[in-house]
Structures are given as C-alpha cells and as structure tokens.
Design a protein around this ligand. Structure first.
Ligand code: EPU
Length: 336
C-alpha cells in the first residue's frame, strides 16, 4: 500500500541528520504500488530515497522521493549447497545478514552492520572486509518507470565494480529496485584476509559464521561512528584508483602507505582514509562538521550541520589531499 507525505522533514530519513525537507515522499511496498503511483502520471522530478545512509541533501528536495518499505525475505530454491533468496528492497541489510547467519548460510557475513537497505546494496555495490554485494547478487528486480513494467536484470548486466553499478549510470532515474535475488551457500567459505579480521576471529575461537559476524561488528563499532548518535554517511570518499607509476612514486616517499590491488590493469587502489589522515585532518573540525577522529574517511555532523556546510567542508578536505599528495579523491556519497 502507498503512503504519501507532503512537505516532510528528512532529518530522520538521512543518516547525516541534515535538516532538509521534501515536497513529497511516497512509501511503497512493491512494484504494484509503483504501477499505481506512476499511472497517475510521472512527476517532473523524482528519485529513490532508501535508508538515506549514502546521501547528502544540500537543499530542500522540490520533487517526489520514493522509499521502499517492503520487508519480505523469501527462500526461492535450494540446489546442492546453494540457497537462493529473494529479498525485498526495504529489508534492512543487517537484518538480512543476521537472517543468513542464523540459518548457517555463508556469503554476506563480512558485510555485517553496513547501514542501509537491501535495495540500495546493488546501487553502490556495498563492500567491506574483502567482500562485495556483487559476490552474492544473482539478479536485481526493477520496476521500469518509462515502460511501466517489472523486469529482472541479471548480475552480469549490472556492471558491478568498486562502489559502482549500472544503477548509478544508464539506469539512474529510469528504474526503481524492488528486490534482489542473492545466492548463499551452506559450505563454509571464510574470508579473513583483510586487516584485523583474522586476529579478531582467532580471539573468538576460530572461523564460524557467528565469530566472523561478531569480529566484523566489533571492528566496525570500534572505528565507525553510529549514525544514530553522530550523523554520518559512512565513507564520504571513495578510495582512489591510481596509475601504478604515481603509486610507486608515493610509495618511495611513504613506504607505509596502504594499497590494494584492483581489476584495472596498471592501477592500484590507495586508502583515502590514510591520505586524509596524513594530510593532518583526522579529528579536524570546522563549525558543525568534522573528520571522524578514528576513521578519517568519514565526515561527521557535529550537530546542526546543513548539507551546504558538509559539502563545503568536503571540498576543503579534497583540496588539502590534492595539495599534500597530488591525488584527487571523489565523493562516494550521493550529493543532491
Ligand atoms: N587509515 C588510516 N587512517 C584513517 C583511516 C584509515 O591510516 O583515518 C588506513 C588504515 O590503517 C588502513 C587503510 O587506511 O591501513 C584502510 O582503512 P580501513 O580498513 O578502515 O578501510 P577504508 O579503505 O578506509 C573501506 C570501505 C569501508 C569498509 C572498509 C573495510 C570504501 C570507500 N570504504 O574503508 O566501507 O568498511 O574498507 O572493508 O571503500 C563505506 O563504504 O561507507 C564503508 C564504511
């Protein structure tokens, strides 16, 4: 069923907690609701607002926001050790991880505690601790606004990359994700090779779904601010993917600079958090906005920040990193 709101405050609907308003917001359960809504006519301006965890409103939104609230998790089929599940867009991602871990299903445990909803997971291909949503997503169910129809997009057509997908590009503003289909496995497949994961898992008696989930939750809680307490949108910037020649040069100057391999030949990913930290900005704040004191990739609303202030502060951070290292860091957060 559709629920409509006019002139609604977004402060509780964006994890940054900025005080902006939307002219209209429509909550929907499924594709049928979207059909009902769009058959009245396509609004001149609309977009999806999911959990609001990766978005920064810099002004009031003079259009219609569409928010998925369907929360069904439906097992589809079991073949051998594989288990296919349909997850509606409004399911909290971490509720899905807990659901899988409780059923002894492997595949998303490393993605524990990522804030946001399942429908947003394919958009920026959420990832953490060496795993990405694209490793389990088999297809994405969308409502195609222009053609007023539901269709399935197989994972191979989603153009998943590092915090990238077709939903940020060609399909932006054309489709609305209503559900995802993921494939989990009964066969244990621990991925412990990122940062402190191995150590935290060993400290809990070795790798099991439960210990991995606990380890990841502990690592995240130790570094990342809880958006319910301190407004933030997780990593504000992406880790830049840089030409190997530039990386070699920087490595010679800073041998401790963390780097990660990428699928792009001749290129390496650099930790933007380290770049910001080493630019002297960790814990720095100005006005109502700051760089988090334990993870420099995260910008925080210290209370009462407007979206405009956050974006101005972000530009300052980008400029400082550019001056210090000659590297451009792009925003990961969707700026509206
Ligand atoms: N680092 C610093 N100082 C800092 C922050 C980081 O020196 O203030 C160093 C760390 O010591 C480490 C490296 O930078 O050697 C990477 O840090 P971390 O492991 O915390 O990960 P990240 O690259 O900063 C990415 C994701 C996170 C994800 C973590 C763990 C992006 C943009 N961010 O952060 O995802 O949780 O890896 O996998 O890729 C998010 O997207 O919102 C997010 C939180």
């Amino acid at each position: 069923m559709i629920r409509e709101f006019s002139q609604i405050s977004l402060s509780r609907r964006n994890s940054f907690g900025v005080e902006q308003r939307a002219a209209r917001l429509v909550e929907f359960d499924d594709a049928q609701d979207l059909h009902t809504f769009f058959s009245r006519g396509i609004p001149s301006r609309w977009m999806v607002l999911s959990g609001g965890n990766n978005i920064l409103f810099t002004k009031d939104y003079e259009g219609t926001l569409l928010t998925p609230v369907g929360r069904g998790i439906t097992p589809l089929e079991e073949a051998g050790d594989k288990f296919r599940v349909r997850v509606e867009a409004g399911v909290e991602w971490d509720d899905l991880v807990a659901w899988a871990v409780n059923r002894d299903l492997w595949g998303i445990e490393n993605l524990s505690l990522i804030p946001g909803k399942a429908g947003a997971a394919p958009v920026q291909n959420i990832g953490a601790y060496g795993r990405e949503a694209s490793h389990v997503i088999r297809s994405v169910e969308v409502y195609d606004v222009e053609h007023d129809q539901c269709r399935m997009i197989p994972a191979a057509e989603c153009r998943f990359g590092y915090r990238e997908s077709i939903f940020k590009h060609e399909l932006k503003g054309r489709v609305i994700i209503t559900a995802i289909e993921i494939e989990l496995s009964h066969t244990p497949e621990p991925h412990l090779d990122y940062g402190d994961v191995q150590r935290e898992v060993e400290a809990r008696g070795g790798a099991s779904l439960r210990t991995i989930r606990e380890a990841i939750c502990t690592i995240r809680e130790g570094k990342l601010p809880d958006p319910k307490v301190t407004g933030n949108a997780g990593s504000f910037f992406k880790n830049p993917i840089v030409d190997d020649r530039v990386v070699e040069h920087l490595k010679a100057l800073h041998p401790d600079m963390p780097t990660y391999p990428t699928s792009l030949p001749g290129h390496t990913k650099i930790a933007a958090g380290w770049l910001i930290d080493r630019s002297g900005l960790k814990g720095y704040h100005a006005g109502h906005v700051g760089v988090h004191h334990r993870q420099a990739l995260v910008l925080v609303n210290l209370g009462g920040a407007t979206g405009g202030e956050v974006i101005a502060f972000a530009r300052f951070v980008q400029q400082r990193v550019k001056e210090t290292f000659g590297i451009d860091i792009a925003t990961e957060v969707n700026i509206i």
